[in-house]
Design a protein around this ligand. Structure first.
Ligand SMILES: NC(=O)c1ccc[n+]([C@@H]2O[C@H](COP(=O)([O-])OP(=O)(O)OC[C@H]3O[C@@H](n4cnc5c(N)ncnc54)[C@H](OP(=O)(O)O)[C@@H]3O)[C@@H](O)[C@H]2O)c1
Length: 371
């Protein structure tokens, strides 16, 4: 099978201005790879911050102008590469017309197309390269469990054999609320079909992470879950996905990108493994889910006892208590057994988010009266 090593030539990473993409480049460089870092727009605020960070890493060539919506825009970046780590995705921020200039402006459509149209462009560039032997695609737990969590029996353990689309009412599945999960499911199938029809020239592996958290390398990476953890530590209440308390299903970004690299370097036929060429990356240090307003806040309090923390809401505006249920169980079992992935304790992950949020001036914690 086409295992990749730093001796085989450069590798390319898509979506390098993002949280996972930036960490992917760092992980590969540290392990001796020459990296083509694909970014969409080096002149955007995010692009500039990313270029500033990546320029300080050795063996990184920045390739600007790689847009998922532009056919051929990855061709130069992939030429001569041994492998591709396809991390970029449209994540629902396209409505403002600035951050997703080539999208339709319909968020759910752009999210779906970012996966399907964008990845077809990535596949075409792999085929055109004549050199790429393996792609590692960053999918999501959304392609495994999707919105089915609440319908499964308590303690159900999600595995690589689960697909978010299985058993879901087809009309509901096609709805805009499922566009992200649908994009991830369909894109996984698209990549696998393309790998099969490459006649053995390249193969494909998929990683399925839960909520990606960990240290922030540059300011423009802030968003999603790490932003909310920073808000909590900075004395502010959560704003996304709502102001309410919830369970966090965390995977550390450092463990995740290491698993991507190990998958690329493994000589095995990933298709022959249980559940096929995909790896659930969910469950951190044996803990699948931690409650934001109690357990996660408790970890922050333990390491930073002088901080006055934010408080997620636990009652509705009508005074009704909210129900907070966790139905996600996992411990990256297959990734550990098959790839040798290692998963650090969730305390390390939370501490790293808070420390780097302070270090980069993202939050300015308020101190408790007693401190
Ligand atoms: N965050 C999570 O908890 C989570 C969980 C499961 C799976 N994932 C998956 O992990 C991957 C990385 O997510 P992340 O959280 O690290 O995301 P992120 O920080 O928002 O980064 C997304 C990246 O995709 C790029 N991108 C967006 N639209 C693009 C386009 N049209 N053409 C080219 N690049 C484009 C962004 O570039 P710009 O800076 O130019 O916008 C950015 O570099 C994604 O595939 C995501 O679906 C994330």
């Amino acid at each position: 099978m086409p295992a990749i090593s730093p001796l085989d030539g450069p590798v390319a990473v898509t979506g390098c201005s993002g949280f996972t993409g930036g960490h992917m480049v760092r992980e590969l460089v540290i392990h001796g790879y020459e990296v083509r870092a694909c970014i969409r727009d080096a002149s955007s605020w995010r692009g500039k911050d990313c270029v500033d960070y990546l320029s300080r890493l050795p063996r990184v060539e920045i390739v600007d102008g790689c847009d998922l919506f532009t056919a051929g825009s990855y061709d130069d970046a992939f030429k001569g590469c041994a492998g591709v780590f396809h991390v970029a995705a449209v994540l629902g921020n396209s409505a403002d017309g600035k951050s997703q200039p080539l999208g339709t402006g319909d968020v759910s459509q752009d999210v779906y197309d970012g996966g399907m149209v964008g990845t077809q462009n990535v596949i075409d560039a792999i085929n055109a390269s004549g050199s790429v032997a393996r792609i590692v695609y960053t999918s999501s737990m959304a392609a495994v469990s999707g919105a089915k969590g609440a319908t499964m029996p308590k303690g159900y353990e999600w595995t690589e054999t689960d697909w978010a689309s299985d058993g879901v009412d087809p009309e509901r599945w096609q709805g805009p609320r499922n566009s992200y999960a649908r994009s991830k499911v369909d894109t996984e199938h698209l990549i696998n079909r393309a790998a099969d029809s490459s006649g053995g020239r390249w193969d494909a592996i998929t990683m399925n992470p839960a909520m990606i958290c960990g240290p922030i390398l540059f300011k423009a990476q802030v968003g999603q879950w790490i932003e909310q953890i920073g808000r909590l530590a900075g004395g502010l209440d959560p704003t996304w996905p709502s102001r309410y308390d919830m369970y966090y299903n965390i995977i550390d970004v450092r463990d995740l990108v290491k698993a991507h690299r190990l998958a690329a370097e493994s000589p095995m036929d990933h298709r022959a493994t249980d559940g096929g060429p995909r790896y659930v990356m969910h469950g951190t240090g044996g803990r699948s889910a931690i409650r934001f307003g109690t357990e996660l806040a408790g970890i922050i309090h333990e390491y930073f006892p002088s901080y006055a923390l934010g408080k997620p809401a636990t009652v509705t505006s009508h005074g009704e208590p909210i129900t907070v249920v966790s139905n996600m169980v996992n411990d990256c079992k297959k990734a550990k057994e098959v790839l040798g992935a290692t998963i650090r304790p969730v305390e390390d992950t939370i501490r790293a988010v808070v420390e780097t949020s302070v270090e980069l001036g993202i939050i300015d914690p308020k101190l408790t009266q007693s401190a």
